[in-house]
Ligand binder design. Structure first.
Ligand SMILES: [Zn+2]
Ligand SMILES: [Zn+2]
Length: 240
């Protein structure tokens, strides 16, 4: 499962057969001991993915202000060492990390993926990047995760079902209110009705305040999606 090719990674100081985290021998990019040590499952709010003392159907925040998604599956806390690995994946062109990171998210998914009353197969959709960001990075990290998980679970995936009409990715340093204002109308459903009546799984690498996911979900629902659930690789433990 972890046997990703360490293609091109030597220049970053890792040799084939070394664990990305502890440098011990490993058949995959991250050794089973490091996964065991750092990827412990924790209780979360099932609706928004926020960590909690015990598993909750909905946390206080969700009861007060329900998000438009019906479920959030979150594999990891966005803390060491995963923040570092996800940073390498996105900013150092470490596409070889896509497979082991996708496997961590896939392992967090429940056996039963579809909501009650679902008619067709779930449609897996990544949070899109703006054209400028995509051109600069060369790949959309959310799509690299989404397409691998879709293949593992035998589901259709569509990287074009949702489009980013405004470049709002530079959200660092903004307050929650500013982020939300900035994000309104940042996403739009693709023309052509691909979302009509579909139960959608929206995939992203990192969730911070949840405002990006909320706006992307709202756009999917505007496009006719019947339901939206989120699959997020890592979530910051508390909202800033
Ligand atoms: Zn290790
Ligand atoms: Zn919640």
């Amino acid at each position: 499962m972890w046997a990703g090719m360490p293609f091109g990674s030597q220049r970053h100081g890792r040799w084939p057969g070394q664990c990305e985290l502890c440098r011990g021998w490993s058949a995959g990019l991250v050794c089973p001991a490091c996964i065991q040590a750092h990827a412990r499952t924790r209780a979360r709010c099932q609706r928004c993915g926020l960590g909690s003392g015990q598993p909750l159907a909905q946390c206080g925040q969700c009861l007060q202000d329900p998000p438009p998604c019906w479920r959030t599956v979150c594999a990891l806390d966005y803390t060491f060492p995963w923040d570092r690995l996800i940073g390498h994946f996105k900013f150092q062109h470490r596409i070889d990390l896509a497979a082991p990171l996708a496997a961590l998210l896939a392992a967090a998914l429940p056996a039963d993926l579809a909501p009650a009353g679902s008619a067709g197969p779930l449609l897996v959709v990544p949070v899109p990047l703006s054209d400028g960001r995509l051109a600069a990075r060369g790949f959309n990290q959310a799509w690299e995760l989404a397409r691998r998980i879709a293949r593992t679970r035998g589901l259709p995936a569509d990287p074009q079902a949702l489009v980013r009409v405004l470049d709002t990715e530079a959200q660092a340093g903004l307050t929650r209110a500013q982020r939300q204002r900035n994000l309104r109308n940042a996403f739009a459903p693709a023309a052509g009705g691909a979302l009509a009546g579909r139960d959608v799984a929206l995939v992203d690498d990192v969730m911070t305040t949840g405002s990006t996911a909320r706006e992307a979900t709202a756009a999917l629902l505007r496009g006719g999606a019947r339901s939206v659930q989120l699959w997020v690789l890592a979530r910051t433990p508390e909202s800033p």
